[in-house]
Every structure is written in structure tokens, then in C-alpha cells.
Design a protein around this ligand. Structure first.
Ligand code: ACO
Length: 457
């Protein structure tokens, strides 16, 4: 099969949010810390009657219904998530309920977990299946979903929630570029969830940021090397730079980190360039940094500031349009980078996107990270697969506007309810129907054997 990649993409986020400026006042921190310091505007969250199964049920049903697909046409479905509510039973098995009436139970794939990276691992698996001898000609579906919640304190404003489903197959408008993939994995305790009774992670914020930036450096180095060697085989001899990505999307724990990451990539380009011009242009004034080593600069404010300033225009053009969902809904964990993809597609014109290369950096603490790229099809004509994909996402800003704003004290109360009840058997979870968009699945009841029962609004 040719041009394997993403054919359709569906986004689900909660129908309620808290305003970050109000949260600053409520938490008693300085005004601007969450909004300007972290770059976050709003944060979506779920009441106790939404869980990882309900989020994924909603988004998969939406993908199939809106795409007018048949449940028989899906031969693989896998879920990337770190929101674990059962140590054995996969979310995927719950999603099989949606297939029941069709009689199709011949659906490969299961859950994949490592912090925010599970969705990317699932996407790679799904594409590999389509390209393999095991492929039976049907579509693959990749689902990523999470409820990202932190204990009270400085990490809480970097939460979020949501789910994304992607239809994967041949002749896609967003093609996964073959051979262009850089991965970095290592053992780190930057963010992990050892307390199985709690929804909250143990997190070392500063360490997690250093791990993220180090993984970015490593992945970019490997990606670039592979791109350059592909070029060399075609007789092209020049270094790969940020210019070779028209757009760049990132796993987005908070938007400010992404802006810094664009600066970081520019630092990588600058250090790799044989003879950068520091008298004028992009690298003007950066001569003092010529001798720095990447591994010595993870905590350097000087380096960060200089390269953030130098890359401001690159950030505005290549990355800013992708941050809509991240800034207004927060970190969704596994769907975060795919939410950036959806935002980019919702906010750029078909002409801008057609034929472009989108660089993508996926990071999951612990840690697993990859940089890869998507090639957008040239054909943007009305009715083309690209045109259909873009129109399906055009209402993203209106859907965000349609959410309900909740006061920080009510948000804190709901978080407390989740803490108290999320692990309980024999209970009816707290939450109101009015807090859900139409068509949303929700948790109706957990019985005395912890079996969960769902209904659809
Ligand atoms: N106005 C403007 N900016 C402000 C203000 C203000 N009044 N007050 C603070 N700031 C800035 C700070 O200068 C800082 O910016 P800088 O880093 O550019 O200098 C920023 O706001 C954050 O302030 P800190 O004091 O550094 O933040 P804090 O230590 O309270 O927490 C952190 C930030 C570490 C990100 C925390 O929210 C966290 O642990 N989050 C979860 C972990 C995370 O998301 N890690 C990222 C990768 S792993 C993953 O995806 C889960």
C-alpha cells in the first residue's frame, strides 16, 4: 500500500473548563504566572462521571459516525493511554461494545502505555500493520485519551483532558514519511504513577523539563541524520534545518515549553551549521554561544532567552497555529500532540498546508520520545481527502467557545470528588448531564464487582 497515514481525525474535549487567570487568583499566585509564565489560557476537566473508557467511546463513535464508516471496515484498533483504571482489562476491550451489532470482532490491537507516548506508539504500530503482510485491507483506528490531573500545587494548572481518534490507511492526505523517524528512550523518574490508588502522578517538574529538552535534542539529531542520508542517496548534499519543516508540532505540557523548544531546535541548527553568519540574519548576535555544548545548557536562562528571541518568527509561522487546543484545553497527555495537529489543520488554509512537511515531536515521561514527519498531500481541491479532513476540523474554535466556564472553587470541589470516588465499587458517580456535549458517553454506575456501566447522552 502507498502513502500510509492519517485519513481522518476526531477530537473530543470536556464541555467545561476553568479560566487560568481566575485559577491564579484562587491559588494565590502572582497574576500572569499561569497565563504568561506557562502560556495557558484555560483548562478543560472532567467530573466523576467521565472516565477513560467513556472518553474513548465518545471519540471512536464520533469518528465512525461522522466519517460514515462501517464498523466492519475496521481491522485494527488500538489505544494509547496512561489513565489506567484496570491493571488487566484494556480500554480497547470496552470499545468492542461499539462493534457488537456489526458482528465484527476480528479487530487486532490493544492498549499501549508509557506516559504521553502511548498514542504515538499506537500510531507507529497501526501504520506498520497496514504496511505489513498481516494487513487484510481494512482501516486501522488509533485512539489516544487521558484525564490529566495533578494534586493541588504548582503542577495543577498544567492538567487537561480529552481524546483523539485517527483513521489510518493507505492513500492518506497526511502521510507518515518513511524512514524519517528519530527516537530517544531512557530510564528516568521525571513523572510516574507508582501510587495505584491515586489518579495523580509523582512529578519532578524541573527534571521533566530537562528530560523533555534532552529528548528533543537527541530525536532531532537522529531525524536529521536520517533525512540527510536519504538526500545523499539522491545526490543532495546539505544540512537539514528547521526550514525543511513548514510546520512543527510538539507534545505540549504547556505552551511556553513549546515556544522554548522551537528556540532549542534553532540552537541545534546553529551548533550544527559549519559556518553560521552571526553578523546578520537569523543568527545575528549569537556568536557568544558558538562554543556551547547542548548537554551543558538545559538550565541556562541565557541560552534559552537568546534562542527564544531569535526563533520568535519561526515559532509564529511554524508552531503557533498548532497551540489552540493546548492553550484552551490544557495538556491532554497522549492526545496532546495530535490536538496540535488538529489545531494546525483547523487554522491553516488548504493552500498553506498542501504539499508541506509537518515535523512532529512526541514525548512521554519515563521516558520515550520520537520525532517524525507527516507529508501533506498536494491535492487540496474541493472534495479531495485533504479538503474533507480540513472541513471536518473547521469547527474546533466554535466547539471550544461552546464550553461552560466553571469557577475555580467548583473545579477544586470536583477534583476532590474524583479523588474520593474514582476507585470505589458500588457507587453512582457524581456529575450532571448538563455538563456534557450531546453524544457523549458517561459512566452511569460502578457495581459491587467494579463493573462499569456506560450510557450515551
Ligand atoms: N508573570 C509572568 N510569568 C511568571 C509569573 C508572573 N507573575 N510568575 C512566574 N512566571 C513564570 C516563571 O518565570 C517561569 O517562566 P520561565 O521558566 O520562562 O522563567 C514560569 O512562569 C513558571 O514558573 P515556575 O516558578 O518555574 O513554575 P513552577 O515551578 O511553579 O511549575 C512546572 C512549573 C514545573 C511546569 C509545573 O507546572 C509542573 O511540574 N508541571 C507538570 C510537569 C510537566 O508538565 N512537565 C513537562 C514535561 S512532562 C509532561 O508532559 C507531563
Amino acid at each position: 500500500p502507498k502513502d500510509v497515514g492519517i485519513l481522518a481525525l476526531e477530537v473530543y474535549f470536556p464541555a467545561q473548563y476553568v479560566e487560568q487567570a481566575e485559577l491564579e487568583r484562587y491559588d494565590g499566585v502572582e497574576a500572569g504566572k499561569y497565563t504568561r509564565g506557562l502560556g495557558q489560557q484555560q483548562m478543560g476537566f472532567c467530573a466523576a462521571h467521565e472516565d477513560i473508557n467513556s472518553l474513548c467511546l465518545t471519540v471512536v463513535q464520533r469518528l465512525v459516525e461522522r466519517g460514515r464508516l462501517s464498523w466492519d471496515a475496521i481491522g485494527r484498533l488500538e489505544v494509547g493511554t496512561e489513565t489506567v483504571i484496570d491493571k488487566s482489562k484494556a480500554v480497547k476491550t470496552v470499545l468492542m461494545e461499539l462493534f457488537r451489532d456489526s458482528g465484527n470482532s476480528d479487530v487486532e490491537g490493544i492498549d499501549t502505555t508509557n506516559a504521553c507516548y502511548g498514542g504515538t506508539a499506537s500510531l507507529f504500530n497501526a501504520a506498520a500493520w497496514v504496511e505489513s503482510s498481516a494487513w487484510d485491507g481494512r482501516y486501522a483506528v488509533v485512539v489516544c485519551g487521558d484525564i490529566a490531573v495533578y494534586a493541588t500545587g504548582n503542577a495543577r494548572p498544567t492538567g487537561g483532558a480529552g481524546a483523539i481518534a485517527m483513521l489510518v490507511g493507505p492513500n492518506a492526505p497526511l502521510v507518515l514519511e518513511r524512514g524519517l523517524r528519530g527516537t530517544h528512550m531512557e530510564h528516568a523518574y521525571d513523572f510516574y504513577k507508582p501510587d495505584l490508588a491515586s489518579e495523580y502522578p509523582v512529578v519532578d517538574g524541573p527534571l521533566s523539563i530537562q528530560c523533555y529538552l534532552r529528548a528533543l535534542d537527541r530525536c532531532y539529531a537522529v531525524y536529521r541524520r536520517k533525512a540527510e542520508s536519504q538526500w545523499q542517496q539522491a545526490g543532495i548534499h546539505r544540512p537539514f534545518t528547521l526550514d525543511d519543516f513548514k510546520f512543527i508540532i510538539f507534545h505540549t505540557p504547556f505552551c511556553k515549553l513549546v515556544q522554548k523548544s522551537v528556540g532549542r531546535l534553532l540552537l541545534n541548527d546553529f551548533l550544527a551549521a559549519p559556518n553560521p553568519d552571526t553578523a546578520s540574519g537569523l543568527y545575528k548576535g549569537l556568536q557568544p554561544f558558538r562554543g556551547v555544548k547542548l548537554e551543558d545548557t538545559y538550565t541556562s536562562k541565557e541560552v534559552e532567552k537568546a534562542f527564544q528571541a531569535a526563533s520568535q518568527e519561526i515559532f509564529n509561522q511554524k508552531t503557533k497555529p498548532s497551540l489552540l487546543l493546548s492553550s484552551r484545553n490544557g495538556n491532554m497527555y497522549t492526545p496532546s500532540m495530535y490536538g496540535c495537529l488538529a489545531s494546525l489543520l483547523a487554522q491553516c488554509s488548504a493552500q498553506d498546508l498542501a504539499g508541506s512537511r509537518i515535523g512532529a515531536f512526541s514525548y512521554g515521561s519515563g521516558l520515550a520520545a520520537s520525532m517524525f514527519s507527516l507529508r501533506v498531500s498536494q491535492d487540496a481541491a474541493p472534495g479531495s481527502p485533504l479538503d474533507k479532513l480540513l472541513s471536518s476540523l473547521a469547527d474546533l474554535p466554535t466547539r471550544l467557545d461552546a464550553r461552560k466556564r466553571v469557577a475555580p472553587q467548583d473545579f477544586a470541589e470536583i477534583m476532590k470528588r474524583r479523588e474520593e470516588t474514582h476507585h470505589l465499587a458500588n457507587h453512582t458517580p457524581h456529575g450532571s448531564h448538563t455538563d456534557l456535549f450531546p453524544g457523549t458517553w458517561y459512566l452511569e454506575r460502578v457495581d459491587d464487582k467494579y463493573r462499569r456501566q456506560y450510557a450515551r447522552k
